[in-house]
Design a protein around this ligand. Structure first.
Ligand code: 5GP
Length: 121
């Protein structure tokens, strides 16, 4: 599978579609999910063109991998839901068909602000 340059998150990264930005640095962009499933539901995406976590771990540099991992914690802290500043949260990445991935640009969901509930339906 090749990366689709016209996926919605690629358009957000290029500034062609607006987003409610929470945080941005050299490696990641974070913004609110357009259809929040919990009180807090945000997305953290790498700036590079990666389809999913497998693609990312195969092709990304170590700096990008560290940047994404740390980016998640930075965002959680900023939102007051981190384990040190708040009551915690759930992070989730859907991968390909059986994972239920809809947007083919790697993204981590962060759910929080309330008890997230059952792990899998
Ligand atoms: P997936 O099912 O691929 O793991 O999740 C994709 C997520 O992207 C969904 O939660 C969906 O609500 C969100 N989403 C889809 N289109 C947009 C958009 O244009 N803007 C934002 N902020 N989120 C979107």
């Amino acid at each position: 599978m090749t990366y689709d340059n016209n996926n919605i998150f690629a358009k957000i990264l290029r500034g062609e579609i607006p987003c409610e930005k929470i945080y941005e640095d050299e490696y990641v962009l974070s913004f609110h999910d357009i259809t929040p499933r919990k009180k807090i539901h945000v997305l953290v995406i790498p700036k590079g063109k990666y389809i999913n976590l497998d693609d990312f771990n195969q092709k990304a540099s170590n700096d990008e991998i560290v940047g994404l991992s740390k980016g998640i914690s930075i965002v959680a802290k900023k939102l007051g839901i981190s384990s040190e500043k708040g009551k915690g949260y759930r992070t989730l990445s859907n991968i390909s068909e059986h994972g239920g991935q809809e947007v083919p640009h790697l993204h981590f969901h962060l759910f929080g602000g309330e008890k997230v509930g059952k792990m899998v339906e």
